[in-house]
Design a binder for this molecule. Sequence first.
Ligand SMILES: *Cc1c(COP(=O)(O)O)cnc(C)c1O
Length: 368
Amino acid sequence: MKVQFLDLKAQYQTIREEVQSALQQVLDNTAFAGGPFVAQFEKEFALFCKSEQAIGVGSGTDALWLALLGLGIGKGDEVITVPDTFIATAEAISYCGATPVFVDVEEKTYNMDPAMLEAAITPRTKAIIPVHLFGQTADMDPIMEIAKKHGLYVVEDACQAHGAEYKGRMAGSIGDAGCFSFYPGKNLGAYGEAGAVVTNNADLANKMRMFRDHGQSKKYYHGLVGWNARMDGFQGAILSVKLKYLDRWNEARRKNGQLYNELLTGRDGIVVPLEAGYAKHVYHIYAIRMQNRDAMINTLGEKGINTGIHYPVPIHLQEAYHFLGLKKGSFPVAEKCASEFISLPMFPELSVEQITYVTQEIKNCCKS
Ligand SMILES: *Cc1c(COP(=O)(O)O)cnc(C)c1O
C-alpha cells in the first residue's frame, strides 16, 4: 500500500467545482492584488478566530514580520521564542533588526516551557513568540502573565494551529497578535502563498495594513517605509471556500490522531503525542518520537509510507544562526526531541486502512 505524507489532490477533488467558480469570479472582477476577495476572507477569518480584525498578507513569514514591525520592534531589541520551530519564526525577528533569544520546550507538548521564560528576559526584551507547534497551543496563561508583569508583547505563531483552542479560546486570539500561514500544506492551505495576522488592537491593525502596502494609507502617499506583502486575490477567494470546511477537516485530523494514538500506545520505545488538558489539538503534524529513528524511516519508506522530520535541526544549531554563539547542549529538551521526531502521514482524508497499515508496519519494524 502507498501512503503519502500529505495528499492535497484528495481534498481538491472534494471542492473542485467550488474552487473553480471562485477563481472565475476573481478573473471576471480582475481583482488580483489585495481587493474585495481578500477583504471578504479577512472578515470571515477574523470571525473564525474570534478576533476583531484579520489582515491578509503574502505568507506566514510576512505575518510574523509585519506583526513585529507593527509593534515597533527593531534594532537592539530581543524577542524570545523556541528553538524547535520552522526557521521563519526566527527570520521574522532577524528581519526587523532584532535578535532571537531562545527558551527550551516542554518535553510533553514540544511547546515553550513557561518555567524557563523569565530567566531569558533582559532589559532589551520586547516580545515573546510562543509557537503552537504541530497544531497544539503553548500554555498561554502563564506566558501572558509573565509578559504582563514585564510589559512585553506576545505574538502567537499560529502558523500550524488554525482552529486549535486553548481553554476554549481560539489560537491566535490570545496575544497582541496571532500569525497564520496558508502555505498549501497547512490545515487551512491556499493554492499558492498566503498568510494573515489577527488582532484586537486597532492601531496595530492599521500599521500592518500600511506596512503590507508600501506604507500607504492613501494611494501614493506613504506615511511609513513599508513593503509589498499583500495577499493575492485568487488566494483570498480560495481561502473563503476552504474556510467553510476547516472545522470538518480538523475534526477528521483529530479522529486520525486518536486512532494513531490507540494503535501505537503501549509500544515500547515509541512516544505518541499528548493532548494537554488545556488544549484542542488540530494535528497539523502527527509526530511520534523514538531513538535511532533512521532504520524506522527507511523501513517505512520501503513499505511505501512517506514520513517527515519536523524539524531535524533546532534553530540555534542552524548554520544561519551560528553567529548567536549557542552550542549543542544549550536547549537539551529541544535538541533531544529534534533527534527523535518522526512525522507520520497526516491529512483529513487519510483512511482507517491507511492508518492501520502504517501502525502495523511500525510494530513489525519494532519487533525486528
Ligand atoms: C509554515 C510556518 C511559518 C511560515 O509560513 P510561510 O507561509 O511558509 O511563510 C512560520 N512558522 C511556523 C511554525 C510554520 O509552520
